[in-house]
Design a protein around this ligand. Structure first.
Ligand SMILES: NC(=O)c1ccc[n+]([C@@H]2O[C@H](COP(=O)([O-])OP(=O)(O)OC[C@H]3O[C@@H](n4cnc5c(N)ncnc54)[C@H](OP(=O)(O)O)[C@@H]3O)[C@@H](O)[C@H]2O)c1
Length: 249
């Protein structure tokens, strides 16, 4: 799929990787970008960072991906979308056993898994109507191996990886190509407490768009992610042991 002249909906686009997606989409010639945000109050401030000629191509849309009313309204406003980027996500940095209760784990599943599933189900008919297009889920290297310090987040991202495989098969019939992005640590608010080398969100955005255009479904971009994929395929048990000792700072 070509980014040029396509119409894209991005969730969680007010900061972090989502914000980089909007910028990259504009610079690659997108026709229109629906910038999904829970709070559109900062939209003008965000828009002031884009070249003036692009600003009219972006429409802010209020969307909390756990809110079915918001999702219905987003679909009603964005019926011309042919590329959906499910980027929104949360990480609570809780262990599976160490957490006081299940609230954190449930919240991560509610946003990262069920929220993404709800948005995907709602936009699938839109993508079909517009010729198939593509759907991108922002996963994580934690989708492939559990980081115990982020145990419940990792589990939610593993579930999202499985979801991605499932909808890839289901949506193939309507001509929608489904992509999964597996970033390592990225320089955003989410990873701010990680004292380790991080890659830029712009690198992930640019790498994702290139992979979409090349039809590469499993997307590993930053150096840590590329190494992680290698370790995962070489010896998954050794990787599990390595992750059990992971302390990010
Ligand atoms: N940073 C990393 O190291 C890293 C690594 C691997 C994967 N990822 C994944 O990359 C994606 C983007 O993360 P990021 O690093 O850019 O994190 P971030 O800076 O914390 O941004 C998260 C974005 O998701 C939005 N969001 C959270 N809950 C939402 C909800 N219920 N409905 C709609 N939007 C919601 C946030 O909106 P608000 O501003 O309203 O909170 C924000 O726009 C996530 O899926 C994350 O899991 C990140």
């Amino acid at each position: 799929m070509k980014i040029k002249d396509s119409v894209i909906f991005v969730t969680g686009s007010n900061r972090g990787i989502g914000k980089s997606y909007v910028k990259a989409l504009l610079s690659h010639g997108a026709k229109k970008v629906y910038a999904g945000m829970r709070d559109i109050g900062a939209f003008n401030q965000i828009a002031s960072e884009w070249p003036e000629e692009h600003r009219g191509k972006v429409k802010p849309v209020i969307i909390d991906i756990t809110n079915e009313g918001h999702i219905r309204s987003a679909v009603a406003q964005a019926g011309d979308v042919d590329l959906l980027i499910n980027n929104a996500g949360i990480a609570n940095f809780t262990g599976l056993i160490a957490a006081d209760n299940l609230d954190s784990a449930r919240q991560e599943m509610e946003v990262n898994y069920f929220g993404t599933l709800k948005v995907s189900r709602a936009f699938a008919p839109v993508l079909k109507k517009n010729g198939g297009g593509a759907l991108v889920n922002v996963l994580s290297v934690a989708s492939l191996g559990n980081f115990p310090v982020l145990g419940s987040y990792s589990a939610s991202k593993a579930a999202l990886h499985s979801l991605t495989q499932g909808i890839r098969a289901e949506l193939a019939a309507q001509g929608t190509q489904v992509f999964g992005v597996f970033p390592g640590p990225i320089e955003t608010d989410m990873a701010k407490d990680f004292d380790m080398e991080k890659s830029s969100p712009d690198l992930i955005a640019e790498g994702t768009l290139k992979a979409i255009e090349q039809g590469e479904e499993d997307i590993f971009i930053d150096p840590m992610a590329v190494q992680f994929r290698q370790d995962y395929f070489d010896d998954p048990k050794a990787l599990e042991t390595q992750l059990s000792n992971f302390h990010p700072g």
